[in-house]
Design a protein around this ligand. Structure first.
Ligand code: 5GP
Ligand code: MG
Length: 182
């Protein structure tokens, strides 16, 4: 796997410090509350697992699954909800946790959908943000890093379902996906 990585963007240690910083901010902002952290599968599973273990507040964990990507590296624009949370979110403080914000198609679909459930509050937490690729506006309360327009993998993020278990975030060598375009 490492041979497919062009460059390590964030090491395990950097990610650890970044996730600690976000956990501290959420703990402070939600003091006295029990937020529901909704991870968007599959990409957020590593980030969410690390994030909640660094938090001191009581929390609930839920998952949803939405997908705008096929197996390629470009968003298709249409977003499928493949798995929805079944808990009653009425009156709850919800934090949507996503691995990476790119075009904004996924979150701009999920945010209004969840706000409609009479939540008390809803904020978005993303580990990575690629602002240069935004097509739809998304308000982000917690952001790990802004990154340039490159396709990254690791720490939950995949290419064609692989590389999620890399303990760092790296830029995939373009030839890995260019070779696949057959
Ligand atoms: P958006 O809907 O904002 O375009 O894209 C969000 C989703 O696209 C993310 O949850 C992630 O699954 C995928 N995505 C966007 N950029 C990247 C990237 O650089 N690497 C990987 N592995 N997935 C990405
Ligand atoms: Mg995703």
């Amino acid at each position: 796997m490492i041979q497919d990585i062009e460059k390590i963007l964030f090491s395990t240690e950097e990610l650890d410090a970044c996730v600690s910083r976000i956990a501290g901010q959420i703990d402070k902002d939600y003091a006295g509350k029990t937020p529901i952290m909704i991870g968007i599968l599959q990409g957020s599973f590593v980030f969410l697992a690390d994030l909640v273990r660094k938090m001191e507040l009581p929390i609930q964990v839920e998952f949803m699954s939405a997908s705008s990507y096929g197996s390629g590296t470009e968003s298709t624009g249409s977003v499928n909800i493949r798995l929805d949370s079944s808990v009653d979110l009425k009156g709850k403080d919800v934090i949507l946790v996503e691995d990476i914000l790119d075009s904004g198609n996924t979150l701009s679909r999920l945010v209004p959908l969840l706000k409609d459930r009479q939540v008390n509050s809803l904020e978005v937490c993303v580990l990575l943000d690629k602002p240069s690729r935004r097509v739809r506006e998304v308000e982000v309360a917690y952001r790990g890093y802004s990154i340039p327009d490159a396709f990254v993998v690791g720490y939950g993020l995949d290419y064609d379902q692989k590389y999620r278990n890399l303990p760092y975030i790296g830029i995939l060598k373009p030839e890995v996906y260019e070779n696949d375009l057959d």
